[in-house]
Ligand binder design. Structure first.
Ligand SMILES: O=C(O)c1cc(=O)[nH]c(=O)n1[C@@H]1O[C@H](COP(=O)(O)O)[C@@H](O)[C@H]1O
Length: 232
């Protein structure tokens, strides 16, 4: 297991608050993620501030558009020097291939490119409302196979699907799993959840954890407890 398998999701509307948490964290212990809210509010300048502090950053903008537009957006993410970025697998094979090709000029400086399969907030019933009659785990597998075919580095899925995906798609195919909830914590809007220890045991490579850390009364203590629970 990577010692840096925890990715802290910084969903803050206040840059000062986010930086005051970041300044308590050790970049050897975790990586960071910012998404649509923080990037819209604070932009590339905030990305620079995170990089200056020595953290790997997952830029989670979940691109989903025509291939040309997504390719350019992914290249723009690469120019920011981020560690990981993502698209929606449901954008299709051509969109994902265009995104992957856009990273070729960046060589080994290119971010890891992963695709979101079925959001961890969605249940089988939510999928049925979209006209998808397969259970979530089947639809995740379908989209993950397409992602692998497109040559991406891995997928975002729930840890509930991790074991099955690893055994079918191989150890190298990276699994990034949000919907992580330590025992007894509030699921909130997440449906397909798992504890940090079980997620790692199931084969998750990276655990994306937001509110159980950022909304804790002592975020640093919450992160440290999860970190130590994964070392044993
Ligand atoms: O791509 C993601 O990071 C993502 C995909 C997904 O399926 N589910 C999901 O929750 N996320 C993100 O992971 C984070 C989870 O945050 P918490 O639910 O607060 O732990 C949020 O920033 C979400 O945007």
């Amino acid at each position: 297991m990577s010692t840096k398998s925890i990715v802290v999701a910084l969903d803050y509307d206040n840059a000062e608050q986010a930086l005051s948490l970041i300044d308590q964290l050790d970049p050897n212990m975790c990586r960071l993620k910012i998404g649509k809210e923080m990037f819209t509010l604070f932009g590339p300048e905030f990305v620079k501030q995170i990089h200056q502090r020595g953290f790997d950053l997952f830029l989670d903008l979940k691109f989903h558009d025509i291939p040309n537009t997504v390719a350019k957006a992914v290249a723009a993410a690469a120019q920011l020097g981020v560690w990981m970025t993502n698209v929606h697998a449901s954008g299709g094979l051509a969109m994902m291939q265009a995104a992957k090709n856009a990273l070729v000029p960046y060589g080994d400086k290119a971010p890891l490119l992963i695709a979101v399969t079925v959001l961890t907030s969605m249940s089988d019933e939510d999928l049925a409302l979209l006209g998808i009659d397969a259970p979530a785990h089947e639809h995740v597998m379908r989209l993950a196979k397409l992602t692998k075919q497109a040559g991406l580095d891995g997928v975002v899925c729930s840890a509930q699907e991790a074991e099955h995906l690893k055994s079918h798609l191989g150890q190298e195919f990276q699994l990034v799993t949000p919907g992580i909830r330590p025992e007894g914590s509030d699921a909130g809007d997440q449906h397909r959840v798992m504890t940090p220890q079980k997620a790692i045991a199931a084969g998750s490579d990276f655990l994306v954890i937001g509110r159980p850390i950022t909304k804790a009364s002592d975020p640093l203590a919450a992160l440290t407890a999860i970190y130590h629970s994964l070392q044993s």
